[in-house]
Design a binder for this molecule. Structure first.
Ligand SMILES: NC(=O)c1ccc[n+]([C@@H]2O[C@H](COP(=O)([O-])OP(=O)(O)OC[C@H]3O[C@@H](n4cnc5c(N)ncnc54)[C@H](OP(=O)(O)O)[C@@H]3O)[C@@H](O)[C@H]2O)c1
Length: 280
């Protein structure tokens, strides 16, 4: 487990060791709001572990405007870019562990987002929009990573866990935050129920066909076309490489031209007034 709060993570590791009688549960420091911390975590992991079979990209921030250590808008930086960088740096270990899996936590709120490549700080800032945008990026990342890693037998899944009563709303300020937290305690799923689709993707059998897809309740969750648009996903990939100071060595898989979406003459990604009509 990668945790930014070592004490908190270690306490959970002890609980898991006790419950499962598996002594090999370890917790290492990882702050997804810092590219340096991610690099240090991966260097440490790479020295200790020969392979990696399942990577679950779970962490998320939702709250008032803030930035990461590297100066990126915090939802974008933690929820998406940090996971992008982490996954990229771990790809060789995933290759060695193949068949292996990457699971990206997304949210159905992605469909409310617009991604303007020229406005990463997000002006004006809005909590819902910032969170939704980070999840749109995770949906796009899921498609793009699948295209780039499928040839290495690394399968990639997005998971929308449903609405789950966790601490995700802890930073939502004001009365609205109090109301949302109260409602979530009454109406939302338990964390145990919310984790089932993640577990399904981590250990389920015959999952190959589902790589590149998003799942909810252990079934395919249909994602809007614009969130899978090949040119836009590739653009986000290249931008992310740049923001992380990386050069790509994972070529895009060009074997599936049938998947190619409509040419993207737009500056941003997101819901449009109406989806373009298909030509007859
Ligand atoms: N709950 C829902 O209804 C819902 C719905 C759709 C999707 N999701 C997604 O499910 C995933 C899990 O969220 P959750 O509901 O369990 O929320 P949560 O209780 O707030 O858990 C989020 C976790 O992310 C960690 N985290 C935040 N910033 C971090 C950073 N900079 N570096 C490392 N770790 C960091 C937190 O660590 P600390 O414990 O140290 O704060 C916490 O353990 C998220 O990706 C979320 O977007 C949740």
């Amino acid at each position: 487990m990668g945790c930014r709060d070592r004490k908190k993570g270690e306490a959970v590791a002890i609980q898991i060791r006790t419950k499962t009688h598996n002594p090999d549960v370890y917790c290492y420091e990882l702050d997804l709001a810092s590219l340096t911390s991610i690099k240090e975590f991966v260097d440490d992991f790479n020295n200790r572990e020969p392979t990696l079979h399942v990577l679950i990209n779970n962490a998320a921030y939702m709250g008032p405007q803030s930035t990461t250590m590297d100066g990126y808008e915090r939802c974008f930086g933690v929820n998406y870019l940090g996971h992008f960088y982490l996954t990229y740096l771990l790809k060789d270990k995933l290759r060695r562990g193949a068949p292996s899996r990457v699971i990206n936590l997304i949210s159905d709120t992605y469909s409310k987002a617009r991604l303007n490549f020229d406005d990463l700080p997000l002006t004006p800032y809005d909590i819902k929009q910032a969170y939704a945008r980070s999840k749109l990026c995770m949906v796009m990342f899921t498609s793009e990573l699948h295209r780039r890693l499928a040839g290495d037998i690394i399968h990639v899944y997005g998971v929308h866990p449903g609405w789950v009563c966790t601490d995700i709303l802890r930073n939502w300020p004001g009365v609205a935050g109090n109301i949302l937290r109260t409602v979530s305690r009454v109406l939302f799923k338990s964390p145990e129920d919310g984790s089932q689709t993640v577990l399904f993707c981590a250990v389920g059998e015959k999952m190959r066909e589902m790589s590149g897809k998003v799942l909810e309740n252990c079934n395919i969750f249909k994602v809007k076309n614009y969130a899978k648009d090949r040119e836009q996903c590739e653009r986000l990939w290249n931008l992310s490489l740049n923001l992380c100071g990386l050069e790509s060595d994972i070529p895009a898989d060009k074997r599936d031209p049938g998947e190619k979406g409509p040419p993207a003459a737009v500056q941003d990604v997101g819901p449009r007034e109406a989806e373009p009509k298909k030509e007859k």
